[in-house]
Design a protein around this ligand. Sequence first.
Ligand SMILES: Cc1ncc(COP(=O)(O)O)c(C=O)c1O
Length: 358
Amino acid sequence: MNFASDNIVGASPPVLQALTQANVGAMAAYGGDEITRRVKARFNEIFEREVSVFLVTTGTAANALALSSAVPPYGLCVCHREAHVIDDECGAPEFFMHGAKLAGLPGVGAKLTAEGVSAYLRGLPRAVKQMPPKALSISQVSECGLVYDLGELKELGDLCREHGLAFHMDGARFANALVSLGCTPAEMTWKQGVDILSFGGTKNGCLMAEAIVVFRPELAESLDYRSKRAGQIVSKGRLISAQFEGYFAGDHWYENARHANRLAKLLSAGLSELPGVRLAWETQANEVFPIIPAAMDKALKEAGVLYHPWTELSLPAGETVGPNEALIRLVLSFATREEDVHRVLAIARSASSRQAAE
Ligand SMILES: Cc1ncc(COP(=O)(O)O)c(C=O)c1O
């Protein structure tokens, strides 16, 4: 039973079927094919306006290239200090930004607030010696499983306008956030001021397909060249596009995300009922972050349940993890089986009753 992440599973069947179909025959290379044309048009429909789309193979590439088009080499990009871009990409954004830096700010649940960012910006010295802020990057879903609501996004979008920052959204779990909020892709992005988006497909059913979606045309100007220089213009590009075709068909991507989010709620509700268990952050998408007794942690591990310990860095004020407790992350995917969630709950319950009996 593997709850380590949502990329520990393969691709979902409609994505594979679309790939098999796209596999037949000869088509133009490097994205000059008919499937890529159709998929780009589909992105326009999804976002209810003309967007520029660049297909890439990893979320790291999407983030690094998106930020490189938004931040000049002497600029600063503000993000949360636990953001994937600063913490988990081996410096790729800084490498592709050619000298620009990421500035990591604190914030509960790995989220930034307009107030916090504004205070940081006000406190920045403005002199030629200092790097000027040029972009803000947020993760939607955040690294602690939280979702920015539309009001929070609008506040951040307005702040970006006020300070002349490009607003980047790392949407590795875009679909999970979308079904959590029950809004449209347009409402969750450009309508709140997002300028450039890393649109994730891999975690929610694709084999390896991510897209950079650009809402501010000037940010798209250099992206083809940047992508090529990063080795991200895939020669058999139709096989990346076909994944998105299968992913979007019949709203399959929404179904996948609904499934993962529903199971996360089920797991979260079942765990939080148990004595000694509490949630570090509310379960809003497809990740569950319980603080559990050490004995339960041991029992789950002994039963072969796989998951990661998590950092306490962004806990709410006053919350701590005791010496006999563990803060863990369990991730649910489109392919997680409901019976496995019940099995984990049964193991946790029996660990809990054993502890009560001792
Ligand atoms: C918030 C976030 N952004 C981006 C990514 C994409 O990273 P990768 O380069 O592994 O596709 C991930 C994957 O773990 C993620 O959690």
